[in-house]
Design a binder for this molecule. Structure first.
Ligand code: IMP
Ligand code: MG
Length: 176
């Protein structure tokens, strides 16, 4: 039997764009005399970082890190692995971590610890989505897009088994 999937829209394109522009303006204000490094966490945040950076009206630098916390499963394994490290030295820099979504918070906790050990001047977190789940450890996200229900979401960079990253909205799959 062919797979029957029905994708429902959770956050549409216009709502995403409005929020992303607001977050970009906020970062512009807060960092007006600084030159922050945006560290995008791949792959999920590639679209988010590409969009938000165009609303940041100060000089910014980019670096990328890839981590794997899920493997191919939809449930976090709790084991975080760096699959691609930064190319630049962040010592003394103002760092902004750009994340797609916070679920259990384990990936972010690991990343913050890992990056703090490199002695940046400051670290803040900008996350598009925050899932409403009970957390073992609370993270501080300074720039947050949306609180969302505890559903598995796809689109705007987010995948399910590497599919759907190119959807222009945030959706979820309703099983039939
Ligand atoms: P955490 O360590 O449980 O917070 O998981 C964070 C990472 O898992 C995110 O950066 C995403 O890459 C991925 N992830 C968590 N929830 C979802 C989801 O609903 N859809 C797609 N990817 C997700
Ligand atoms: Mg991610």
């Amino acid at each position: 039997m062919p797979e029957q999937i029905d994708i429902k829209v959770l956050i549409d394109e216009k709502t995403l764009k409005n929020k992303v522009s607001k977050l970009g303006e906020q970062i512009t204000q807060d960092y007006k005399d600084k030159k922050p490094v945006l560290i995008a966490i791949l792959k999920g945040s590639f679209i988010f970082v590409a969009d938000i950076c165009r609303f940041i009206k100060i000089p910014v630098f980019f670096d990328f890190m890839a981590v794997s916390s899920y493997g191919n499963a939809k449930v976090s394994s709790g084991i975080v692995r760096i699959t691609k490290d930064l190319d630049t030295n962040i010592e003394g820099k103002d760092v902004i971590i750009i994340e797609d979504i916070i679920d259990s918070g384990r990936t972010l906790n690991y990343l913050i610890k890992n990056l703090e050990a490199r002695n940046p001047k400051s670290i803040e977190v900008c996350a598009l989505l925050d899932k409403n789940v009970p957390r073992k450890a609370e993270n501080t996200v300074k720039y947050k897009g949306f609180d969302i229900p505890n559903k598995y979401v796809i689109g705007y960079g987010l995948d399910a088994g590497e599919k759907y990253r190119n959807l222009p909205y945030i959706g979820y799959i309703e099983d039939k």
